[in-house]
Design a protein around this ligand. Structure first.
Ligand code: GRF
Length: 197
């Protein structure tokens, strides 16, 4: 049976779009949750006929209450899997513990965790960066790695140009990881993710 996937977003949602467009995912995107109103990702959800909800920190007294509201909003869609597709907040531990969660990050982790990975890679002068698709644990950008792809930094790159080339790989690797997860072909052994035949 197809898995129920909830996608968490904060921005443009191009990775959400890649999931919506993917064939044979083994799962259906049943909900999109955003921490910000008015973002393009919500429009993409509406266009695809996927229900969405906004749970904004500004509407809650503190992080704990926001986390509870987010968990309730997610639970209402009864997902089997969460995907963080450009979700720019640290997920409350209670959510990480409750649902398997996959994140996509625009660097070769463990280099450049956090919200400014592309800028930091450029500032560091690395020649190679890329993207990482990984399971989420309770630490930021830390869990077992499913896929990585390397992207060469080119002369004259700025954040947008480099990020655009990184995104091309994300749009391929995120659906591929979700597909494997949904067919129970990812086995986590310590920090290592094995792909089962
Ligand atoms: C991606 O680069 C992802 O790795 C990072 O945020 C960006 C989201 O892009 N976490 P989009 O909203 O999917 O276009």
């Amino acid at each position: 049976m197809n898995r129920r996937i909830a996608v968490l977003v904060s921005g443009s949602g191009s990775n959400l779009q890649a999931l919506l467009d993917a064939e044979d995912l083994g799962g259906d995107v049943v909900a999109v949750l955003s921490d910000r109103p008015g973002v393009l990702a919500l429009e993409r959800a509406a266009r695809a006929g996927v229900p969405s909800a906004v749970v904004a920190p500004a509407d809650h007294a503190d992080r704990e209450l926001w986390g509870k509201a987010l968990a309730e909003a997610i639970a209402a869609f009864e997902p089997d899997l969460l995907v963080l597709a450009g979700f720019m907040r640290i997920l409350p531990a209670a959510i990480v513990q409750r649902w398997p969660t996959i994140n996509v990050h625009p660097s070769l982790l463990p280099a450049f965790p956090g919200a400014h990975a592309v800028d930091e890679a450029l500032a560091w002068g690395v020649k190679l960066t890329g993207c990482t698709v990984h399971y989420v644990d309770e630490q930021v950008d830390h869990g077992p790695i499913i896929f990585q792809a390397a992207v060469a930094v080119e002369e004259g790159d700025d954040r947008d140009r480099l990020h655009a080339r990184i995104r091309e790989h994300e749009h391929r690797l995120l659906p591929a990881a979700v597909r494997l997860h949904c067919s129970d072909r990812l086995q986590v052994v310590g920090r290592t993710v094995r792909i089962l035949p």
